[in-house]
Design a protein around this ligand. Structure first.
Ligand code: HEC
Length: 131
């Protein structure tokens, strides 16, 4: 518990100075694994209840990661970051709903939209904030 508190405070302090660390943590813990699970559907369609449930969970995780990314908006060009974080939440939710409905076409479509959101944010922000 104390450790968690220290981590939270550290993360908050870091966020004020530079948004880089929390952004990486969100990628490692949520964005990368969740989007991989969604992208994988194009190669291998879910075939069991468990597989569909896992993809729906990935959609939910992705949508939550968008809400957390919103809190990491950099000082400059803030609006665009917030818009893109919100889009991540929306496409994550769309993927979740498609998986819940076991609609493969809708899921692939959502997956394509996820990629666009990732790339649209990386174009202006990724290079700059990794310095
Ligand atoms: C709101 C902005 C934003 C969105 C949306 C976003 N990213 Fe990122 N991403 C970043 C930033 C900023 C960095 C650079 C972070 C750094 O260098 O510390 C980054 C870095 C990365 C990296 C390399 C960093 C690492 O951990 O090795 C990968 C891979 C990545 N993003 C994948 C994705 C994928 C996949 C998605 C979509 C599902 C996505 N990102 C959505 C902002 C975003």
């Amino acid at each position: 518990m104390a450790f968690l508190l220290v981590w939270l405070i550290t993360a908050t302090v870091l966020a004020q100075e530079t948004p880089v660390e929390p952004v990486r943590q969100l990628h490692d813990a949520m964005i990368k694994p969740a989007s991989d699970a969604i992208f994988n559907v194009a190669r291998e369609a879910p075939k069991s209840v468990e597989a569909w449930t896992a993809v729906a969970g990935a959609g939910l995780t992705l949508s939550k990661s968008g809400q957390l990314m919103m809190l990491q908006a950099p000082a400059s060009n803030r609006e665009k970051w917030i818009t893109l974080s919100r889009q991540l939440t929306l496409v994550g939710r769309t993927a979740q709903r498609a998986a819940e409905a076991r609609n493969l076409d809708a899921l692939m479509h959502a997956s394509d939209r996820v990629i666009v959101v990732c790339e649209t944010c990386h174009a202006p922000y990724r290079h700059r904030s990794s310095r």
